[in-house]
Every structure is written in C-alpha cells, then in structure tokens.
Design a protein. Structure first.
Lengths: 508, 303
C-alpha cells in the first residue's frame, strides 16, 4: 500500500507530516487488513493537535516482521471511532487506552473499561472534564461475572502477601476450577509519558529507566535510539556493543532469576537457591560495567557513559563463562526433576492461535510457537552483524515458557562472551545535537520481556511533543488471563510467574 | 513416673525445635546457613507478646478456634507414648480418641476460617477438609493394622514392646503402615509435597490460608499447636520404625528423641529435594497411602 502507509526502519526518524493522514474509514481498513495479513500492532496512540482541542491525531505503528519495516499511518479522530477489537483483539487494550487518554470512544468495544485510571491528555476527553467529574480509583469498575449457585468469586490483591507489585485479580471459579480471570491494573501509574514531555533533558534517561525497574537497560536503549534518530546521530560501534552487552546481561539476570522463582513457586528449593544466587552474578557483572547492578546510568542518548577497558572485558567474559556453566547445572536440576515437570508440563496452556490474535511478544509468545523477536526482525547494530538464533517452543505451557528462557539465556551468554572479547575500538559517546523539529522516530528494542516500543514526536521547538511508551507487558497481560481459563486456581501463581509481566511497565 | 513427667515436658518444649531442625536441613541442602534452631520458639514468643486484631465480621467461633484446637492437641499428647514406657493416659481404644481429638482440632480451625467469611479462607477450609477426609482412612487403617499385629488396643501397646515381635513376623505389613503414616504425617502437617509451609502465595496454600486472619497470641497458639501435632506424628512414625525393645528406659527415651530428630531431618530432606504436588494430585497421594494401609491390614488378616 505505497503512499498510504509510510515504511520506515527501526529507529529511523521521519517528518511528522510525512505520516499519511487518512480518513478514519480508510485508516481502519488498512489497519484491519494489515493485522489480518500478519502485521503486529507495536503502538497505537493519540496525540493532541495544536489549536484543535476536539480533534485527536491517532497514529498506528505496524511492525512487518518479515520485511523488517515499520508501517506508520494516522488519522484524525473526533470523539469516537468504530472499534476494531472484535476482529483484531490485539487492538482492544490500545483502544481502551485511547479512550482513557483522549476520550476517543471505540464504538462497539466488547469490554470498554479504564486501563490505568489516568487523567485525560487532551481531545474531547479533556474538554468534557471527565477527570474532575469522576474520581478515578483503580479497580472501581464492574468485573466480568459468572453466575450460578456453585460459582464463587475470588478477589486477590492489590495488596499481596509477598513483595510484588500491586494488581487486582478477579477469579470466577467453580471449586478449584477457574472459568475466567480478569486482571485490573493501574495502581502503579506515575504518568511517565506526561513527565517525559518537553525533553530531552537530563531527566529523560532517569525517567525511562524507571518505566520498569527490571528493564532499565532495555527502555534506556529504546529511548536513546529514538532520540539519536531524531538528532540524526548514531552511537559509536563500541557504545552499541556495550549497550548490547548490557541488554543481554539484563536478559540473563532476569531469565535466570525467573527460572529460580519458578522453582521457588513449586517449592523446589535446589534450583530456586542456585538460580537466585546466579542471578546476582549477572547483576554484579552489570555493576562492573556501569556501577549499578540494574544497569542504570549506563545508556545515554549518543552512546554510553562508561567505557570498559579491554582487559576488564576479557576478565568479565571468562567469569561469565563460569557462571553459565553453573546455570546449566542448576537449570538441569529444574528441568530433569520429575516432581517439577509434573507441575510445569501442560499447566497454563496458551495456544499459538490465541497468542497471535492477542499480539503477544517476548518469551511468552515464543513459548506458544511464535518467532517474534525484534533482535531478529528489526535488528540494529550489533544485532545486524550477529544474528540471534530463533528460540521457540510449541507446547505453550509453563514448561515451554521456562524452556524458552533457558535457551534464550544460553544464546545471550554466548553473545555476551563474544562481544566482550572483541569490543570494537573507538569512542563510546558522540555529541548529541539539538533535535530537529516536527520529526517522529519509532524505536523498537527486544527487552528481556519482549518488544519495547518508544514512539517520539518533536514539536516546533525540537522538544518532545508526544512520547509514547509501549512495554512488552502491555501486549501480554491478556495472554495470562487466557492461559488461566480451565486451569486450577492453585496453579495461578505458577502461571503468573511463567509470564512474569511487569505491572509498572503496563501502568507507566 | 519420672519418665512420664519427662515425656510431657519434652512434648511441651521440643516440638518447635523440630521445626527448627527442618528449616536447618532445608537451608543446608540449598547451600545456606539457615535460621537458628531456636527461631520457631522466638517467633512464638514474639507473637505471644503482640496484640490480636479481630475482624468485625467474626464471632466467638473465630476466637475459640485456636484455644480449642491447642487444647485438643494437648489432650491428644496425653494419649501418645512419647518416649516413656507408657502414655500418660492409656485405655483400650484410645487410638480412636487420638484420631478424634486431631479431627476436633482440625474442625475448630476450619470453622474459625469459615467464620471470617473470606473467600481465601473458605477455599483453604474446603481443601483441608477434602484432604483430611482422605488422610483419615489411611491413619485409621494403619492403627487398626498395628492393633491386629501387636494385639494391643491402646497406643501404649500398639506402639510398645509388642512391635519388636511384630516386626519379626509381620515386617511387610508394618513397613507399609510406616510408609502410609509418614505420608499422612506430611499431609497433616502441611509439608511438601502436599502443602508448602514456606510459601507466601495464598492461592496455593492449604493450611496456612485458613489462619491468615489470626494474629498475635492466637496465631502463636495455632503455630504451637501445629508444632505439637508434628511431634505427635513424629512419635507415631518413630515408635513404629524403631521397633526394637530397649530395657533401659533412659536409653529408650534417648532413642525416641534421636528418632524424632531423624524424622525432622527426613522431612527436611523431602522438602529440600522435591517440588510440591499439583493440588489435584494430592488426593491420589493420600488415597495411595490409604491403599498401603489397607494392604497391610489385608496381609495381617490373611495370616
């Protein structure tokens, strides 16, 4: 569809005006056709139009994984748009978000509820003053209910017994059998998108690192690449390599930690203890590079803040190789124990078809047989030179998601070793000029949880006019709800851990 | 007399240490140091020093639960030979009373849980009742097998010197009973693979979720009662497995305590090396235990 969809590469900046503004019918037709043809919706967001308080510019970012291109298209909406959620379920949460942020009501949406109870950003929603009219309390909405004499409802959260983030879970059960689970989030909303407006500034990096604390490197890279695109510079090769090392170390730390947490949830102590300890090795490696165990402060627009001396890189590579051997042993305990496999195999099934429909990303999607991986489909240096092998499992259960994590971690461990031993020479940071006005850049990064999308638009002054963040969790929470259908309620914590989605990444 | 007093004193003091041993074994296997052995006692004292919080929806049933539960288990302790030559109180058929007292303790815990009206506690109560209904036959069949094998009708004789003879003639049956009772002990005391006492995940709990609303001294009573119950089941397993007759009561008492230590270590090892069963599989395990006890009885009746 040349002319009606603007095709760009990952991280490439374009004139905001070059994004075709189509009539709503045509916009929706293309969107629906593209999703049916296999494109994924990476972002779908609104933006206030200057001087037009009642109109909202709706932009869709479609990822074409086969060709490695992003398709951009837009439309101007008034107070409503017909809902596409029935035919493209992956759009349902985006439409709810658009209704909440800009008051664009998706007509015919099957389950129009608030997403995170934030105040409107503009459009008709702001004009109507919904925020003042109704106090926004997370969780204060009707829930999907099953009726019947023996049906009972179990409400969990938002305050939990363990140290986890707040979220409300509503189960419709018959005894131990779960008919339906509905998840209500929003408790962690901090208005990050709003706080990012007016950037880039020194706060920008700190803010994006706080989107999800366990994905600090992932979001920092996504943001830095978007800003570099807008500024028209590229990070030096050495910086790109160090970023990739940090990104893969973050993946290793979280995947290994997740295997341990899964073992802990089924009460299997050996793997739980060892994986928990080994996770710390990867975090310490990150600290060795940048002084922070979660990789904060490493990635900045233009490059990285800290260089790694050559001998330190080799030393780190040697040590991480030893750590990986121990991970193999600990994971072996986990995957070869009959009592563990009894819990993981066949639990929390998510079929490939449903995963595709919901637009799932990350290990959760790959466990259901999808090959979606930004590092493969929309690579940036050094992933352009070093191809990451595809890791998928077909069973779609807790075991599959655990196994995908182990295999991915194995490739990450190998890549980190290779990169650390052969860091390209040169600078680690290039000067960042002022951003060009009225430009749009979309940056995709494969964080450890899946695709992270930062879509950034600059205004006339070269400052952020709209900063849209889509965390992997935003795509995947619905998958957890689906995976719980017809499961045992006692298996919920295990299923939940196998997805391990971010609450604050969703809530922004 | 001295040993009767001694066994009662040990019954009141040692059970929390058993929990300490389990914790230490688990930690050591996982490569950690683990909490001090006295930690369970410290936790009990800490809880006892706190105030209690009562929900406005609860009634006297909720408050009576921990007290009656502990009293029932203490009474059960009087019926069990705990190292001394005989139990503190013994009469024909007292093993039925023992099982009933344990049942009473469970009943009041379940009723107190239901009294809160919380969906969690209702869920836990349903699980507890379902599983104990399956565990009780295993226990009863096991005790009846022992009665048949030793010819005694009170716990002192069931678990007394007669066992030494019985191990020689009915070893296969007794082995089955011992296995079955060990499984029941794991289930009744909320240990892995049936329940995970260390978990914080409400939705997976069985026993713990029923006592979520109890706090302070009430919770201390419940946890103390749980420790005592573990000690009672430990006594059952140890006495049964020990089998041998020791003439010197002091040596017998020491052997009993060593056996309890081994029992705790065995539980710790099971917990350290096994994952929890899927909840739907627990009934299969318990029915398996009942079948083992049943087989034991069939073997005994045949001879």
């Amino acid at each position: 569809m040349p002319g009606r969809v603007l095709l760009v590469a990952n991280g490439q900046a374009v004139d905001a005006a070059a994004v075709p503004r189509l009539p709503p019918e045509e916009f929706q037709q293309i969107l629906s056709d593209a999703v049916t043809a296999g494109a994924r919706v990476s972002a779908y967001y609104g933006q206030a139009l200057p001087g037009q308080p009642e109109a909202v510019l709706v932009t869709a970012v479609l990822a074409n994984d086969a060709e490695g291109r992003l398709g951009l298209l837009a439309t101007v909406a008034g107070e409503s748009l017909p809902s596409l959620a029935e035919e493209c379920p992956s759009l349902q949460l985006f439409e709810r978000e658009l209704a909440e942020q800009f008051g664009v009501v998706p007509l015919g949406h099957p389950w129009l509820k608030p997403v995170r109870y934030e105040h409107p950003m503009g459009g008709k929603g702001a004009a109507r003053g919904t925020a003042a009219a109704r106090p926004t309390i997370p969780g204060d909405t009707p829930f999907f209910a099953v009726t019947g004499e023996e049906v009972h409802e179990v409400a969990v959260g938002p305050v939990h017994a363990g140290i986890i983030e707040p979220g409300h879970f509503r189960f419709q059960c018959h005894g131990e059998h779960v008919f339906h689970l509905e998840i209500s989030l929003g408790y962690q909303h901090r208005a990050i998108e709003r706080m990012l407006l007016g950037g880039p500034s020194r706060r920008t990096t700190v803010l994006v690192e706080s989107i999800a604390g366990d994905t600090a490197v992932g979001h920092a890279v996504a943001s830095a690449r978007a800003v570099e695109g807008l500024a028209g510079v590229e990070a030096p090769p050495r910086a790109a390599a160090l970023r990739a090392v940090a990104l893969e170390l973050e993946r290793l730390a979280n995947h290994v930690g997740d295997l341990g947490a899964l073992a802990g949830d089924v009460g299997y102590l050996p793997a739980a203890s060892f994986c928990g300890a080994l996770r710390a090795d990867y975090l310490n490696a990150l600290a060795e590079i940048c002084g922070n165990r979660f990789g904060r402060g490493l990635v900045v627009p233009g490059g990285v803040r800290f260089d790694l001396p050559a001998e330190a890189g080799v030393r780190l590579a040697v040590r991480l190789a030893l750590t990986w051997e121990k991970v193999e042993e600990a994971a072996g305990l986990f995957f070869e124990s009959a009592s563990v496999r009894n819990r993981t195999d066949g639990t929390g099934l998510l079929g490939k078809e449903v995963a595709v429909q919901l637009g799932m990303v990350g290990p959760a999607a790959r466990g259901s047989g999808l090959t979606v991986d930004v590092r493969r489909s929309h690579p940036f240096p050094p992933y352009t030179a070093t191809r990451v092998p595809a890791v998928t499992a077909s069973s779609g259960d807790v075991f599959a998601r655990a196994w995908v994590r182990l295999e991915e971690a194995r490739h990450s461990a190998r890549l980190v070793g290779e990169w650390l031993r052969a860091l390209p020479p040169g600078e680690v940071r290039s000067e960042l000029p002022a951003l060009a006005p009225h430009r749009l850049a979309v940056s995709l990064v494969e964080g450890w949880r899946g695709e992270l999308c930062h879509a950034v638009t600059t205004g006339g002054d070269g400052r952020f006019d709209r900063y849209k963040v889509v965390d992997a969790s935003f795509h995947d929470w619905m998958g957890l709800q689906q995976a719980l259908r017809a499961e045992q309620i006692s298996d919920f914590p295990l299923c939940n851990k196998s997805f391990n989605l971010s609450y604050c990444g969703h809530d922004l | 007399m001295l040993f009767t007093a001694l066994q009662l004193a040990a019954f009141l003091v040692l059970p929390p240490l058993l929990l300490g041993v389990i914790g230490r074994v688990k930690s050591r296997v996982a490569g950690r140091e683990g909490p001090p052995l006295l930690q369970p006692w410290r936790d009990l004292l800490r809880l006892a020093g706190k105030g209690a919080v009562y929900s406005r929806t609860t009634t006297w049933v909720f408050r009576a639960g921990p007290v009656v539960g502990l009293a029932a288990i203490l009474a059960a302790g009087l019926l069990m030979p705990l190292g001394a030559p005989s139990a503190t109180v013994a009469f024909a058929g007292d093993f039925a009373l023992l099982a009933s007292l344990l049942g009473l303790a469970r009943f009041v815990t379940v009723v107190a849980a239901l009294d809160t009206g919380s969906s969690f506690e209702g869920m836990g109560a349903a699980r507890e009742v379902t599983f104990s209904a399956l565990a009780e036959p295993a226990l009863f069949l096991g005790l009846v097998s022992l009665a048949r094998s030793t010819g005694g009708l009170d716990l002192t004789h069931l678990l007394g010197d007669g066992l030494a003879v019985a191990w020689r003639s009915d070893a296969s049956s007794l082995l089955l009973v011992a296995l079955s009772i060990f499984v029941v002990a794991l289930a009744e005391n909320a240990r892995i693979p049936v329940d995970d006492p260390a978990t914080h995940l409400e939705l997976t709990m069985i026993h713990e979720v029923m006592v979520l609303d109890h706090s302070g001294p009430d919770l201390a009573l419940i946890q103390y009662g749980a420790a005592l119950k573990l000690y009672l089941f430990g006594a059952l397993v140890v006495k049964l497995a020990l089998g041998a007759r020791l003439a010197d009561p002091a040596a017998a008492f020491a052997a009993f305590l060593a056996g309890q230590l081994a029992f705790a270590a065995a539980i710790g090892l099971v917990e350290a090396t096994m994952a929890r069963l899927r909840l739907v599989r627990v009934p299969q395990l318990l029915i398996g235990a009942s079948v083992l006890s049943g087989f034991a009885l069939v073997l005994l009746l045949r001879t």
